[in-house]
Design a protein around this ligand. Structure first.
Ligand code: HEC
Length: 385
């Protein structure tokens, strides 16, 4: 398609009637087309030059966004302020490269963000992304590349803004259904709070009891992260409050302190390993066990359709826990699973797996496990489809 035909298609897709937007939309890539042949005078060779030629009309010279009166469009809720580290560091480079190459709609963003794939080379797009990273001046923010796919049982090291609804159904062994409603929220550069409210249903001698289980309140802190080495380490401390009814098998009846370390490693091939190890320390050890646990998740992500389609992440978890009493045996489980992104923006994801005990199996159920996750920092539930 030649450039004038392409511009016509772009114009045809735009239903917003503000002349300004059409003008900007047509002009930004079109000017670059015109400039591409004459790079020596128009300086498209550094990220800064590219940004200043093609992006400032809408994103402003400092990346905060041009004033609406000048840019001429109403900002979508998700319009980025590139100086805000809390908004930008969570976005991996690959997402930005996609949006710049294929336009906003490729990731469920507004069509006001034009596609530059024909006007800029992928090398120029990498340069402009690198330049845009300089707008966040804060130090110590863990990069979104280290936000690995969430495993069902192994907690990850990256601090998240997300809501997860997670369920387990016993498919072999005593009947039972467990659900967790988990809210995670970042605060400051390195911290995250977590609230986990379980809602469980248990069958005690053919009588079903349902209700809230023991609620976890936790704080996680990133101790170390490096995009270069692909690693991130966090520590978490939690209080598990005995909100569940012990007589009905829904709670432990005592306050428990939990502490763990989580270490995640991403390899250049998009293979990853996540480790978590910790201990539960109940106040009353006479009524509640005192387990230590260690968990590992190994997985690989595959992006369909050259990175534009769904992200599939098969994983296997190896889960162990053991009471700190003499003679106690270690419970080992394996949990193969598949996580997949549901929305175009990849902010809604689901995961399905089966947890099977492989040692000390007596009385321990096989569970079908499932979760749905919403990364609310990336957009509303209704956005990004
Ligand atoms: C016509 C105006 C316009 C121009 C020109 C423009 N953008 Fe955008 N851009 C937008 C809008 C509007 C959004 C927000 C879309 C949304 O949130 O739905 C956006 C979003 C983005 C995002 C996504 C950020 C995120 O939240 O993940 C990136 C990256 C981006 N622009 C980079 C660029 C670069 C680089 C250029 C220049 C090569 C550029 N834009 C030129 C309007 C523009």
């Amino acid at each position: 398609m030649d450039s004038s035909a392409k511009l016509f298609v772009v114009r045809a897709r735009i239903s917003i009637s503000i002349n300004h937007i059409v003008f900007l939309l047509l002009l930004a890539p079109a000017l670059l087309f015109a400039q591409a042949g004459n790079q020596s005078t128009l300086h498209l060779d550094t990220g800064e030059h590219i940004f200043k030629s093609a992006c400032i009309a809408c994103h402003g010279p400092d990346g905060r966004g041009a004033p609406e009166t000048i840019a001429g469009f109403e900002r979508p809720d998700s319009f980025p302020d590139f100086t805000r580290c809390d908004q930008t560091t969570a976005e991996p480079n690959i997402t930005w490269q996609d949006v710049i190459t294929h336009g906003g709609p490729s990731r469920g963003f507004s069509q006001i963000m034009p596609a530059f794939g024909d006007a800029l080379t992928s090398e120029q797009i990498s340069k402009v992304v690198k330049y845009m990273r300089s707008f966040c001046r804060g130090k110590g923010w863990a990069r979104g590349e280290l936000n690995l796919p969430r495993a069902i049982a192994t907690e990850k090291a990256y601090p998240e803004d997300e809501v997860v609804i997670s369920s387990g159904f016993n498919v072999r062994g005593g009947p039972g259904v467990s659900n967790d409603v988990i809210h995670e929220q970042r605060f400051g550069v390195k911290n995250q709070i977590e609230v986990d409210v379980p809602i469980n249903f248990v069958d005690q001698n053919h009588v079903w009891h349902g209700g809230v289980g023991d609620t976890t309140l936790g704080v996680k802190r990133v101790m170390f992260s490096s995009l270069r080495s692909g690693s991130i380490l966090s520590l978490q401390g939690s209080v598990i409050v005995p909100t569940g009814n012990r007589a009905h098998g829904l709670g432990s009846g005592t306050t428990t302190f939990e502490t763990f370390a989580a270490f995640d490693q991403l390899f250049p091939t998009n293979t990853f390993v996540q480790f978590q190890a910790g201990a539960d320390l109940p106040r009353h050890t006479d009524i509640s066990p005192q387990p230590v646990f260690w968990r590992t998740a190994v997985g690989q992500s595959f992006a369909a359709n050259h990175g534009l389609g769904r992200l599939w992440s098969p994983m296997v978890e190896f889960l162990a826990n053991r009471d700190l009493t003499t003679g106690a045996r270690t419970n080992w489980d394996v949990l193969p699973q598949m996580q997949v992104t549901i929305s175009h923006r990849q902010h809604i994801k689901a995961d399905l797996g089966v947890r099977t005990p492989v040692s000390n199996t007596a009385g321990r159920p096989v569970q079908l496990m499932f979760y749905i996750l919403w990364d609310w920092q990336d957009g509303k539930l209704t956005e990004g489809w």
